[in-house]
Design a protein around this ligand. Structure first.
Ligand code: DQA
Length: 147
């Protein structure tokens, strides 16, 4: 089982971003948590980070074509969640489960964060649970991929 974790814009700045919203863990810390959770399921985690929408779209295309084999995708699309229509169209092509993930509770924040362009093409969403969400997303991805 191979799970692809995609991280979008500004997530490499975790540790510098508002700790009251995003916590103090860095992206490397979160990837380590997800990697360990995947290993506990006997799965492999592959992590890809891009700040640009085009690179994220290309990473999704590689899953669709099989160039990057993956049984499930987890994506924290950062702000592209709220305006990333080309990312949305790419995610729609996936034939494997896809989980939308956010550290913060986007529904409890500014109104522009309440809408998600990608939610409708993902299997489900985990938001507001901080680093726990990364562990839970792995559990969900493995369960959905096994169905
Ligand atoms: C985020 C929420 C987004 O609204 C924001 O733009 C981010 C991070 C989160 O993980 O809480 O960059 O996806």
């Amino acid at each position: 089982m191979r799970i692809l974790l995609l991280s979008g814009p500004n997530l490499a700045m975790l540790g510098h971003r508002d700790p009251a919203v995003y916590g103090t863990r860095t992206l490397d810390d979160l990837v380590a948590i997800a990697t360990e959770a995947a290993r506990a399921h006997g799965a492999e985690l592959v992590h890809v980070h891009h700040d640009g929408e085009g690179e994220l779209v290309a990473a999704v295309h590689r899953v669709v074509t099989g160039a990057t084999p993956a049984d499930a995708v987890i994506i924290n699309a950062g702000a592209l969640t709220h305006y990333g229509l080309s990312l949305r169209d790419a995610l729609e092509l996936l034939e494997v489960p896809c989980i939308e993930l956010h550290l913060s509770n986007t529904q409890a924040r500014e109104p522009f964060r309440h809408a998600s362009d990608i939610a409708g093409v993902c299997s489900g969403t985990i938001a507001g649970l901080g680093a726990h969400g990364y562990r839970l997303a792995i559990d969900a991805a493995v369960a959905l991929a096994e169905e």
